[in-house]
Design a binder for this molecule. Structure first.
Ligand code: HEC
Ligand code: HEC
Ligand code: HEC
Ligand code: HEC
Ligand code: HEC
Length: 389
């Protein structure tokens, strides 16, 4: 007879042995503790949902999470004794953008749901969703696709870094020193080991410290921001219901020592999302490479204030989750307002994982037509008057 604990709900466990009084007290404490917006939203549920002690039960492997037919479907034991790799848990490959095991919802990065989570959806690269497979639609992490047809290294990688043979299309992975999430420190390697401690220590909502993986925005070490914890958790659902990205008013001077290799692993010292992208795409952010800190620029600026004048005037703009502005302080709640302090970020135009459009853009660049009349999306979110015929 099969008695699979993985099928029991975590509620069943957490409520066991709790008297009515202690439940009331717990509720009171919960309410008191939930006043600050920063909260712990660690993984919950029976250990067996996510871990295997020996990778064996009844003689069969247990580290088998992952979509059927996909290279990331597991068999081998993993660090932290997890039952899957990153994609084993985050890439079920089904129709749901959030998969729930036990009590924990797992945000999905490879799925066919109608809408995507804020980071995007790697399914566009393989064509499981969207207008057809294309390497140009996203970050070709090796866990999903072996290489990029066109790009061999990160475009804009600072040449002096000498990393063009390390940060390549064939090496890029989810986490660790050739990845984005977790501790990017060579000695720790890649994969689950680079996140050790983050899932059980996850700080949800306001991430304004960002000195550990767990308290950084989306486990991106050193990045600040506000994680959407509302009904649309992990999503940029509408102008009032979204993540808030952190930015600055001056782009960095990118260099190996100053902007990447800080104590504790690679991370951006200005704690912005654009500074984070610049750890691999430095030339697209660096002050000198973009032509200084004020117009005219040589490359589109990021971590630059959107002036409250001309076509950029606050009165002409609206908050558009399809071309989000960055904020220069970490907001306590998502806001639908644009302000004179807002800045441009890499994520104003790009998503992080993959989209349905070339260059990982948030929208179809071929529809951005000057003088075309009444377009308020994409480039026109900020360049509000370039649509005027
Ligand atoms: C919903 C999934 C999930 C559940 C349930 C879960 N864990 Fe984990 N745990 C993880 C993941 C993922 C990692 C590896 C990555 C990390 O540390 O962030 C991990 C890492 C760990 C680690 C090493 C890092 C650390 O935080 O100390 C320990 C120890 C651990 N888990 C113990 C447990 C125990 C004991 C239980 C049951 C009481 C449990 N876990 C339940 C997902 C889960
Ligand atoms: C055993 C399953 C499991 C594995 C393996 C796993 N995760 Fe997770 N992950 C989860 C769950 C469950 C959550 C949701 C936690 C919560 O509700 O805050 C999560 C949340 C996250 C988040 C969102 C954190 C936030 O701020 O909301 C990121 C980013 C993430 N995981 C990255 C990774 C990466 C990268 C790897 C591989 C190195 C990985 N995970 C491996 C189960 C897993
Ligand atoms: C760990 C290094 C690393 C980080 C951090 C990183 N990238 Fe990349 N990126 C790469 C590599 C390598 C490629 C080339 C291979 C590929 O397309 O996956 C690439 C390619 C791209 C492309 C072109 C995709 C294509 O196939 O044409 C875009 C756009 C991009 N990155 C944007 C970003 C943005 C935005 C961020 C920050 C949210 C970011 N990158 C952070 C390594 C990185
Ligand atoms: C989030 C807001 C935002 C979005 C979206 C945006 N821009 Fe910009 N853009 C700016 C700001 C701010 C400047 C700098 C203006 C200044 O300081 O004079 C700028 C400057 C420019 C410049 C002139 C550079 C210079 O030397 O002054 C061009 C050209 C440009 N953007 C094109 C585009 C195109 C094309 C798109 C869409 C692919 C786009 N922008 C999307 C905010 C944005
Ligand atoms: C104003 C919108 C906008 C912003 C902001 C922006 N990009 Fe782009 N990005 C584009 C467009 C459009 C392209 C297509 C190529 C081009 O026009 O140069 C592109 C292309 C890329 C590519 C692919 C280059 C190649 O050779 O294939 C990378 C990588 C990239 N961007 C990274 C970044 C990073 C990193 C940042 C922040 C530092 C950033 N972008 C900010 C609009 C933007």
């Amino acid at each position: 007879m099969v008695n699979n604990p993985a099928l029991r709900s975590s509620r069943e466990y957490s409520l066991q042995g709790m008297t009515a009084l202690s439940a009331t007290l717990a509720l009171v404490f919960f309410l008191i503790l939930s006043i600050p917006v920063t909260s712990l939203a660690a993984v919950t549920g029976p250990c067996v949902n996510c871990h295997t002690m020996h990778n064996s039960q009844g003689g069969s492997a247990m580290a088998t999470y992952g979509a059927d037919g996909k290279p990331w479907k597991g068999t081998s034991p993993l660090p932290a004794l997890t039952r899957g790799t990153c994609l084993g848990c985050h890439g079920y490959g089904g129709a749901q953008k959030i998969v729930t095991i036990g009590g924990s919802g797992i945000p999905q990065v490879y799925h066919t749901d109608g809408s995507d989570l804020a980071g995007g959806n790697f399914a566009y690269i393989l064509g499981a969703k969207g207008s057809g497979a294309s390497d140009a639609k996203g970050h070709n992490v090796k866990d999903i696709v072996d290489s990029d047809d066109v790009l061999d290294a990160a475009p804009g990688l600072m040449p002096a870094s000498g990393h063009s043979s390390i940060i390549t299309d064939t090496n890029l992975t989810c986490a660790g020193y050739i990845g984005c999430h977790g501790n990017r420190y060579q000695a720790i390697g890649t994969g689950v080991a680079a996140l050790k401690g983050a899932h059980h220590g996850n700080v949800d909502g306001v991430c304004d410290t960002a000195d550990t993986v767990a308290n950084s925005y989306r486990f991106l070490l050193g990045v600040k921001g506000l994680e959407n914890t509302g009904a649309s958790k992990w999503q940029n659902a509408s102008s009032g219901d979204h993540n808030e990205y952190f930015g600055a008013t001056t782009p960095m001077n990118v260099s190996c020592a100053n902007t990447c290799h800080l104590t504790g692993g690679v991370q951006p010292p200005n704690k912005t999302i654009s500074g984070f992208c610049a750890t691999c795409h430095g030339q697209f952010h660096d002050q000198t490479e973009i032509g200084g800190t004020s117009s005219p620029f040589k490359r589109h600026p990021t971590d630059i204030r959107i002036k409250n004048e001309g076509e950029y005037a606050v009165s002409l703009r609206t908050y558009n989750p399809g071309a989000p502005v960055g904020r220069t302080s970490v907001y306590g709640a998502p806001s639908s307002a644009v302000t004179a302090d807002d800045v441009v970020t890499c994520l104003s135009c790009h998503a992080a994982h993959a989209t349905n459009y070339p260059d990982l853009l948030r929208w179809d660049y071929t529809t951005m037509i000057a003088g075309g009349g009444s377009n308020t999306t994409g480039c026109f979110t900020c360049h509000t008057q370039k649509d005027n015929p």
